[in-house]
Design a protein around this ligand. Structure first.
Ligand code: FAD
Length: 409
């Protein structure tokens, strides 16, 4: 592990540098470390601001107080082999012409660069949103959400007026996609359970889910949406659809139709965009600032730069739509990037990326969930168990990929 780099690496011959140790970047590093086992001439460097990998799909559980933040941080030193040089630093920009990644620890030279910097919350320039809402994109963010909800319960317990108690103990979640639904479900189940510990009646906390579109979980099957809506209603979540937020104030979301959604804690889960540093990088960008790539996941006009994960703008030829920001997409793209870099080193043809959709699973509360897999929709405890199994399998794969390569020759 390193936290400083030698600028002499700039322009070095066989250096592959992977920027970002999230789902896509870590997968590339793990896969390549096995593929490069017998090729010491090629250096492999992984760069991230954190010395741990975050299991982002489990953040709603941290935000709902059912999992510790450290439980979703996997130390990179536990999963990276010695083949990978890890540099912990903030990436500040790209020198594409000089083939250098610019970081707070100095420039890092590359022959091939893999960009896997993920996303950040998109506030769509809604006034007050950035200042007045919490977000949910890191373990620390999730800790902040649970801390704020707990603090709000204390404040509610100290209030004398019952209406004020209800307002303070209400968490309002903006955005009815998978993140918003998972968060609302966790909180709706947990807050009444912990209310008495804060000196508050269990019927005082409330959760509101505010969605601009006509439905939650947009793009999912009507069956799945129906099942998720019923579970949320059963948990007491007040779902408001067709409710576009015009502004966030101290005590409410003001909707475009003038209504106020009041609460004590506000969380924004309404969308993501590419990190800001990509916008001024000279890289070709499309929807939400994501980087445009060719069929092999190389940046258009920069074949020496690959992109994987949320940062890549990849159109699914079957639907004509850009693939969604999902961990399963990031992992598959990471797999293709690792194979293509290996192919470049062996002078073999590159492989075009194809996404194999494994289905969609969303937890709704701490015991139930909904799933659409192979055209079959399920809802209830089985779907929640499925989500647990997917997350368990992912953790196992991160451990085992360390030296494993199914196509190593
Ligand atoms: C709350 C939540 C729940 C989700 N649940 C699911 C789910 O159930 N299923 C699913 O398929 N998807 C889910 N997703 C989406 C999924 O998490 C993302 O699609 C996935 O993380 C994308 O992987 P990535 O590698 O592109 O980015 P990330 O996993 O975000 O990794 C990016 C990495 O880059 C690093 N980085 C970024 N900028 C810099 C910088 N300037 N300097 C240094 N390092 C930097 C970060 O520290 C991070 O390690 C969820 C997302 C959220 C927010």
């Amino acid at each position: 592990m390193e936290n400083a780099v030698n600028t002499s690496t700039a322009g070095s011959g066989g250096q592959i540098v992977v920027a970002g140790a999230g789902y896509a970047g870590l997968h590339v590093a793990l896969r390549l470390s096995a593929k490069l086992r017998n090729n010491p001439a090629v250096g492999l460097t992984l760069v991230d601001r954190h010395d741990y990998h975050q299991v982002i799909t489990e953040l709603p559980r941290v935000a709902g107080g059912t999992r510790a933040a450290d439980a979703v941080r996997i130390p990179l030193q536990d999963v990276l082999s010695e083949r990978v040089r890890f540099v912990q630093t903030e990436i500040s920009g790209f020198d594409l012409a000089g083939r250098r990644l610019l970081t707070e620890a100095g420039p890092i030279g590359w022959k091939w660069l893999v960009l896997a910097l993920g996303s950040r919350p998109n506030d769509f320039a809604i006034p007050g949103l950035e200042q007045r809402t919490l977000s949910l994109y890191s373990a620390s963010d999730a800790e902040r959400v649970w801390a704020a909800a707990s603090k709000a319960l204390d404040a509610a317990a100290a209030a004398t007026d019952s209406q004020e108690q209800r307002r303070l103990a209400t968490v309002v979640v903006g955005g009815g996609g998978a993140t918003g639904v998972e968060l609302a479900g966790e909180l709706a189940e947990m807050l009444p359970e912990v209310a008495s510990r804060h000196g508050l009646a269990p019927d005082r906390p409330a959760v509101q889910l505010v969605e601009a579109g006509p439905t939650i979980l947009a793009g999912s099957s009507p069956q799945l949406i129906g099942k998720a809506t019923r579970i949320l209603a059963d948990l007491g979540v007040h779902v408001r659809t067709n409710a576009a937020i015009a502004a966030a104030t101290e005590e409410s979301f003001r909707l475009k139709d003038g209504q106020l959604v009041e609460g004590g804690v506000f969380v924004w889960a309404g969308g993501v965009k590419a990190p800001e540093l990509v916008a001024n990088s000279g890289l070709p960008t499309g929807h939400n600032g994501r980087v445009k790539v060719d069929q092999y996941l190389r940046v258009l006009d920069h074949p020496e730069v690959y992109v994987a994960g949320d940062l890549a703008s990849v159109t699914d030829p079957r639907t004509g739509h850009v693939l969604p920001s999902l961990a399963q997409v990031a992992l598959e793209e990471g797999e293709t990037v690792a194979r293509n870099l290996d192919a470049e080193l062996r002078d073999r043809p590159l492989e075009a990326f194809t996404f194999h959709d494994k289905g969609f699973v969303v937890s709704v509360g701490i015991h139930r969930g909904v799933a659409d897999i192979a055209g079959i929709t399920s809802g209830g405890q089985l779907a929640h168990l499925l989500k647990d199994a997917i997350e368990w399998e992912y953790r196992q794969s991160v451990k085992h990929l360390r030296g494993w390569d199914p196509v190593a020759r």
